[in-house]
Design a protein around this ligand. Structure first.
Ligand SMILES: [Fe+2]
Length: 235
């Protein structure tokens, strides 16, 4: 298949400075060279449409990390990240279930997966309000206290610990409901993108509201895994 004509035109331009000057002049981009891109704020949280840091509650990340380690050891958690480079550990469940059905771990989302740009639905609708019970391994832990405090500010559905391996990215999709994120282990290369906004979420004990009804993804471009506690809102 032949490349589009505009690409053929670019390929035929003579290489070197003349072509660069031509590009700058033609596209009126020379003003971009007057300032150097900021390399500091990209390691911070930057609020934007669809993503906010709540002022309260705040949690003890060291305690959270320590207790998560104890739970992972107790359940002999598989930390190989599976086929897709991420893992999900349920914290809440529907009474009478083990909390590990596919609907517990994934659930309905919409995606435009290919060059047709057509949006399709995947997986089943989840009744978030049904997730009223803690998994036994989290009972009596700091996680139970956190879930109780989150329930004071919002109707909470599924609560999960989501792990993301290095150099991994979720699909670009939208969910039926917003989510609250509490980063536990992270690095500056772990980013959240919602609509056209991209930011890092530091593990500073904060709760971050993410309106995941908009298109979003999470990625980990760092050398270490990223771990977030994530609570879906039962709306
Ligand atoms: Fe999502």
């Amino acid at each position: 298949m032949s490349p589009p004509s505009v690409i053929v035109g670019l390929l035929r331009r003579p290489p070197g400075v003349a072509r660069y000057d031509l590009l700058m002049s033609h596209l009126e981009l020379d003003h971009w060279l007057e300032t150097v891109p900021d390399a500091t704020r990209v390691a911070e949280f930057v609020e934007g449409p669809g993503i906010r840091r709540l002022s309260t509650p705040r949690f003890d990340v060291d305690r959270l990390t320590e207790e998560l380690g104890r739970v992972l050891d107790a359940v002999d958690y598989d930390q190989s990240y599976g086929e897709w480079g991420f893992g999900t550990l349920p914290v809440t469940r529907r009474p009478g279930t083990d909390g590990r059905d596919p609907v517990d771990l994934s659930g309905r989302f919409w995606i435009r997966p290919d060059a047709s740009y057509t949006e399709i639905a995947r997986d089943d609708i989840v009744d978030e309000a049904g997730y009223t019970e803690m998994l036994p391994e989290f009972e009596g832990t700091y996680f139970e206290q956190i879930v109780a405090e989150l329930r004071e500010i919002a109707p909470i559905g599924r609560v999960r610990v989501n792990t993301k391996s290095v150099f991994n990215c979720n699909s670009w999709h939208r969910d039926p409901e917003p989510r609250l994120h509490i980063p536990i282990i992270t690095n500056p290369g772990a980013l959240f993108v919602v609509n056209h906004h991209c930011t890092h979420l530091p593990a500073d004990g904060s709760v971050y509201f993410t309106d995941t009804r908009g298109y979003h993804t999470a990625l980990n471009g760092g050398d270490d895994p990223r771990v977030h506690l994530i609570a879906a809102l039962a709306i």
